[in-house]
Design a protein around this ligand. Structure first.
Ligand code: ADP
Ligand code: ADP
Length: 233
């Protein structure tokens, strides 16, 4: 589903540039829950953001679902991004919009115009993440777990094949974390969605990841099944 061939990323900095990701090969299978772990600054966000081309690689090739995404023009890039949903540590909801309006946004931006069709899809999404009762509330009225459910509904709105999670449970208490992880696992199994997640919590890895990559200093230093990487070092 996702394949990196000698992908690297340099950020321009004053004087010399910084290599945030050294040439990396990586393969993530369809339907897999893949974890990225490592210290702050290890290159996890950079790797994640290369998958939906929020960052462009400085070199190498990235294939997603058979398509080379390293050389897309802007309209192809817009189309491609619809296949990749993303959720964030701080949820990134629009505070001036209700839950339903936040979830409707990607549908509207993608060109869906029929209000009844949008409302129906939003209803479906809110029901799936069990947040229907809060449809008309604003983000400030919600708990952290509820906000992340809205984030998940928004990320799923355009029926992506891949869901990227950037520390998606780091701002949640342990009990809420477990609930959100359960929801992600259900969605992964139901929809066959490929999930790539960044975490620094061992419990998150144990509960949901099939495989992990351990990153350090802009390199993947270990890669494999969770049991292999963490129980037989
Ligand atoms: P992690 O997610 O593991 O904390 P990042 O991918 O965010 O690591 O960062 C890897 C390195 O790249 C760090 O040294 C960070 O400071 C640097 N970096 C990340 N984003 C940028 C950016 N937009 N511009 C310049 N440097 C960046
Ligand atoms: P900005 O221009 O402020 O950086 P973006 O245009 O990247 O924001 O994103 C707009 C909104 O859509 C943000 O709230 C962000 O959380 C959300 N978003 C961005 N990329 C995706 C994605 N691939 N899937 C789902 N939501 C996304």
């Amino acid at each position: 589903m996702i394949k990196f061939e000698q992908v690297y990323k340099d950020y321009p900095a004053s004087g010399n540039s910084l290599r945030a990701l050294h040439p990396t090969d990586l393969a993530i299978a369809a339907g897999e829950v893949f974890g990225l772990v490592g210290h702050s600054g290890a290159g996890k966000s950079t790797l994640l953001r290369l998958i939906n081309r929020l960052e462009a690689p400085s070199g190498g090739r990235i294939w997603v679902d058979g398509e080379d995404i390293t050389a897309l023009d802007s309209s192809a890039l817009r189309r491609f991004r619809q296949q990749v949903g993303m959720i964030f540590q701080h949820f990134n909801l629009l505070s001036s919009k209700t839950v339903a309006e936040n979830v409707a946004l990607p549908l509207q931006l993608s060109g869906m115009q029929n209000p009844a069709a949008i409302a129906q899809r939003v209803d479906e999404l809110l029901a799936r993440v069990a947040i229907s009762a809060q449809a008309d509330q604003y983000p400030a009225q919600l708990s952290g777990g509820q906000k992340q459910r809205v984030g998940i509904a928004r990320a799923l709105a355009l029926k992506p094949k891949i869901l990227l999670c950037d520390e998606a449970t780091s701002a949640l208490d342990p009990q809420t974390t477990v609930q959100v992880l359960q929801l992600l696992r259900e969605i992964n199994l139901e929809l066959g969605l490929t999930i790539v997640l960044i975490t620094h919590e061992m419990d998150v890895i144990r509960r949901v990841c099939d495989r992990v990559a351990v990153m350090d200093g802009g390199r993947v230093v270990e890669q494999g099944e969770v049991v292999q990487v963490f129980l037989h070092p």
